[in-house]
Design a protein around this ligand. Structure first.
Ligand code: PLP
Length: 440
């Protein structure tokens, strides 16, 4: 009997070892890590350079509390992150995960308003559906019904606007018009809430688990930035899933040339080697807070030297092996392959994504995008079928978590074209089996 507990009673086999994009359980069965865990193991497993960097740091020191010592790996990693971040993001605050990163972004924004004499501004508008983390503050920004429901009333319920799920729309607008229509919902919501009460807008530049790799039309991104500027509202990008190369750029905001005011990252930073994340902000925001006496926020393990040494090695490996270029190349092959599966299986309603953050969604009718009957539990059935066949994919209910089934296919950034073909072949067989079982 195990004494562990997680979300459910479901248990998987014990993991034995992992290397590259492959993982083996203790029975010797091999799996392709087609979702990089939870979109985390971006550079693959057991990377020797990262392991060596961690060992070297462990031999020197494993912890030094920040009130007593600075540590070189944290300094070096902060300099690297600042170099790779949009202009003005010269200050880096380390955390140990995505929820901490988002909490830190929110608290930075709140304290910025406080020290600027603008503490009437406290509302942070987010999108629905969205996922911004599991802690109570981040959960108040999250809009995903099964995750929110047990904890209502939220610590503070925050206003939401619809995520730009244009693939569900059946109007005659062009892509550009649709992008603007969704972005303008932010303007309308700010006006409705009262502009003096709104502090920030937070969004995932490419949706993660909640919307399944949702990419908005081009026009959306610039218009959101304009609206935030117009109303003096901070723009926070939650790049916890998209950051550190997953979409083919170091940060997804680069695709649209957007410079957010605050950026939260995590997952791919530690890349499955260590718990690590970073929150960056424009220098004037941080300076204002530091000048006023200091940021009233922090975590004991922040800037841990082993974690930062690993994070630095992860970034070095990404550049040394041109992993972002590979991500763009094989991500394109993966998306095209998913498109071919959509041609073959009428119950695939949509295929979407950027780089190696891709997804497909199952429906009962592609014309109307009617979701499959939720009692079919397609979202867990297909994952289990693929798992049996040695492929790990990640699924969620798509429509705000209450219905719909989408699947994220997000292998590590080192995946080769041949391995993408293997993933697609297993997916093809798995979809075929699902169709038989569920009579689709
Ligand atoms: N934000 C986004 C966009 C995420 O995808 C996640 C995790 O999936 C989080 C925040 C929370 O990250 P963590 O699970 O590391 O706390």
């Amino acid at each position: 009997m195990s004494h562990l507990f997680y979300q459910t009673r479901d248990r998987r086999p014990l993991l034995d070892r992992a290397e590259g994009i492959y993982m083996w359980d203790v029975n010797g069965k091999r799996y392709i890590d087609g979702s990089s865990g939870a979109m985390v193991s971006n550079i693959g497993h057991s990377n020797p350079h990262v392991l060596a960097a961690m060992r070297a740091q462990m031999d020197k020191s494993t912890f030094g509390y920040r009130l007593h010592f600075e540590n070189a790996p944290a300094e070096d990693l902060a300099a690297k992150v600042a170099e790779l971040s949009p202009e003005g993001h010269d200050k880096v605050f380390f955390v140990s995960g995505g929820s901490e990163s988002v909490e830190s972004a929110v608290k930075l924004a709140r304290q910025y308003a406080f020290v600027s004499g603008q503490d009437s501004r406290w509302k942070i508008i987010s999108r629905s559906p969205s996922y911004h983390g599991a802690t109570l503050g981040a959960l108040a920004l999250t809009s995903y019904e099964p995750l929110n429901a047990p904890f209502k009333p939220m610590v503070t319920a925050m206003p939401k606007i619809p995520a730009p799920r244009c693939y569900l729309d059946r109007d005659n607008l062009s892509d550009e018009e649709r992008g603007l229509r969704y972005a303008d919902m932010l303007r309308d919501r700010i006006i409705e809430e009262g502009p003096d009460s709104v502090l920030a807008f937070i969004m995932e530049p490419v949706g993660g688990a909640s919307t399944g790799a949702l990419v908005a039309p081009e026009s959306y991104y610039g218009r959101i930035r304009e609206i935030c500027d117009k109303f003096g509202i901070l723009l926070i990008y939650d790049e916890v899933m998209t950051g550190v190369g997953r979409t083919g750029k170091f940060l997804a905001c680069e695709h649209w040339n957007i410079n957010p005011d605050i950026i939260a990252t995590a997952k791919g930073f530690g890349a499955g080697y260590v718990p690590l994340g970073a929150m960056t902000a424009k220098q004037h925001i941080v300076d204002k807070i530091l000048d006023a006496g200091g940021f009233q926020h922090g975590y004991t393990y922040a800037g841990n030297p082993i974690a930062c040494a690993a994070g630095l090695a992860v970034i070095e490996e990404i550049f040394r092996h041109n992993m972002m270029e590979n991500t763009t190349k094989v991500g394109g092959e993966l998306l095209a392959g998913l498109g071919r599966l959509m041609d073959k299986y009428p119950f695939i309603g949509d295929v979407r994504g950027k780089g190696l953050l891709t997804a497909f969604e199952l429906v009962s009718d592609r014309e109307t995008m009617t979701p499959l009957d939720r009692n079919l539990n397609a979202f867990s059935q297909l994952v289990n079928i693929a798992y049996e066949r040695g492929l790990i994919i990640y699924s969620r209910r798509s429509r705000g978590g209450v219905e719909g089934d989408h699947f994220l296919v997000c292998p590590p950034m080192i995946t080769t074209s041949e391995q993408i073909a293997d993933i697609l072949a297993i997916l093809d067989d798995s979809l075929d089996e699902l169709a038989t079982i569920l009579n689709l």
